[in-house]
Design a protein around this ligand. Structure first.
Ligand code: H2B
Length: 101
């Protein structure tokens, strides 16, 4: 089982993932991505889904038109782990490919 992030790892989040915020109620990372249009948003989700499946770590997310809202937390640990950070970094990289920083 992957363990929850310690306080030093949590302190690094703001620097490593500046576009994400911590949701204390769920101990989760959340980010809203806004793409140029629905096709780009869905393209992002398609690529992110393949990465998530390969990582065996899955987002909670929703899509409305060109907006994708993402919440990352590790259900097995009831909170944030390195897997959430890695998936957030991967999602940021994929979004950059669609021109979203
Ligand atoms: N995704 C997330 N976000 N949290 C988990 O704890 C989790 C997951 N567990 N994807 C995985 C699947 C687990 O159920 C399988 C059996 O590895």
């Amino acid at each position: 089982m992957t363990s929850k992030l310690n306080s030093a790892e949590r302190a690094a989040l703001a620097g490593d993932l500046p576009s994400w915020r911590h949701e204390p109620g769920r101990d989760a990372l959340v980010r809203t991505f806004v793409f140029a249009d629905f096709v780009q948003a869905f393209g992002f989700m398609s690529q992110a889904a393949l990465v998530a499946e390969r990582m065996d770590h899955h987002p909670e997310w929703s899509n409305v038109y060109k907006t994708v809202q993402v919440l990352l937390t590790t259900h097995d640990a009831s909170g944030l782990t390195r897997k959430d950070v890695d998936l957030a970094l991967a999602m940021d990289r994929i979004a950059r490919g669609f021109g979203v920083t």
